[in-house]
Write a protein that binds this ligand. Structure first.
Ligand SMILES: [Fe+2]
Ligand SMILES: [Fe+2]
Length: 275
């Protein structure tokens, strides 16, 4: 079998997946790259690797709008549950590109190979999440692309493109940790409405996301130790510079702590306590 040259290295494969607009192909490439990397069938880098694009490849739909233009609806209607699942599908899709972006962008960083194992596991699972949510949307008579979505997630991450420690502070430790805070109540509401299939999809996501925050916290602490910096203090500084607005309680302290994200990281960054 002949492979396209970009697939001979992890960085090349990740870049190709990011650039791909077809979402079946993008998620397939992400999972394929992860599998090849885990089996050590591809190198980390190659001189032939293509340049990382500024923006990920995306289909024409959904239309991207400002975050405030995305409507929220009650989960008691099918329309409301579709809107929520659509928003989650969009988050998962961004998460695929963001995990791959960490791998491709920082492939020359002096870190152990297990760093890339961790982020490729994340990329693999985000691709799985996107497909699970998309399948659920289709089963409900909808599809990803039917509703507008916002671009805030990619922008928040793009701002940290020159600093790996800041990227880890924002993506896994703020954005993905936020998922741990909000998902249990969404699961409960889905069950209340009798939509057990959607609740089951959220279950899979929730359990995997604990692992993503843990991978983020592990490597954030690693980078801080290498620079001889205090992780909680460094996190606070990076969040103030790189993230707009306070962090929103309530926090899922238990799930966060299990992932290695203790309250000393985030407590003082909330709106209520600035002390
Ligand atoms: Fe996810
Ligand atoms: Fe994730």
């Amino acid at each position: 079998m002949t492979m396209p040259f970009t697939m001979t290295s992890l960085r090349g494969a990740a870049t190709e997946a990011i650039a791909t607009a077809d979402l079946d192909r993008k998620t397939g490439l992400a999972q394929d790259a992860a599998t090849r990397w885990f089996e050590r069938r591809i190198s980390l880098r190659s001189p032939l690797d293509p340049k990382l694009p500024d923006r990920p490849g995306r289909p024409e739909k959904p239309e991207l709008v400002p975050p405030t233009a995305v409507k929220r609806r009650s989960l008691h209607s099918v329309k409301g549950r579709i809107a929520l699942l659509h928003a989650i599908a969009h988050i998962e899709l961004n998460a695929v590109d963001l995990a791959l972006d960490i791998v491709a962008r920082y492939a020359s960083e002096p870190v152990p190979h297990s760093f890339f194992d961790g982020w490729m596991q994340v990329a693999f699972e985000e691709a799985k999440h996107f497909r699970l949510v998309r399948d659920r949307l289709r089963a409900m008579g909808a599809d990803y692309g039917d509703l507008p979505a916002h671009d805030g997630l990619w922008q928040a991450a793009h701002q940290t493109r020159n600093d790996l420690t800041a990227r880890l502070a924002v993506v896994p430790l703020i954005l993905e940790a936020r998922g741990l805070d909000v998902t249990p109540s969404l699961q409960a509401k889905m069950r209340e409405t009798g939509d057990l299939e959607s609740a089951a999809v959220l279950d899979v996501i929730y359990n995997d996301e604990k692992g993503h925050v843990a991978i983020g916290a592990k490597w954030f602490r690693f980078l801080c130790a290498r620079e001889k910096k205090d992780p909680a203090e460094t996190f606070k500084q990076l969040v103030r510079i790189n993230f707009r607005g306070p962090l929103k309680p309530p926090f899922n302290d238990l799930a966060r702590a299990e992932a290695g994200l203790t309250p000393s990281f985030y407590r003082s960054l909330t709106a209520v306590s600035q002390s």
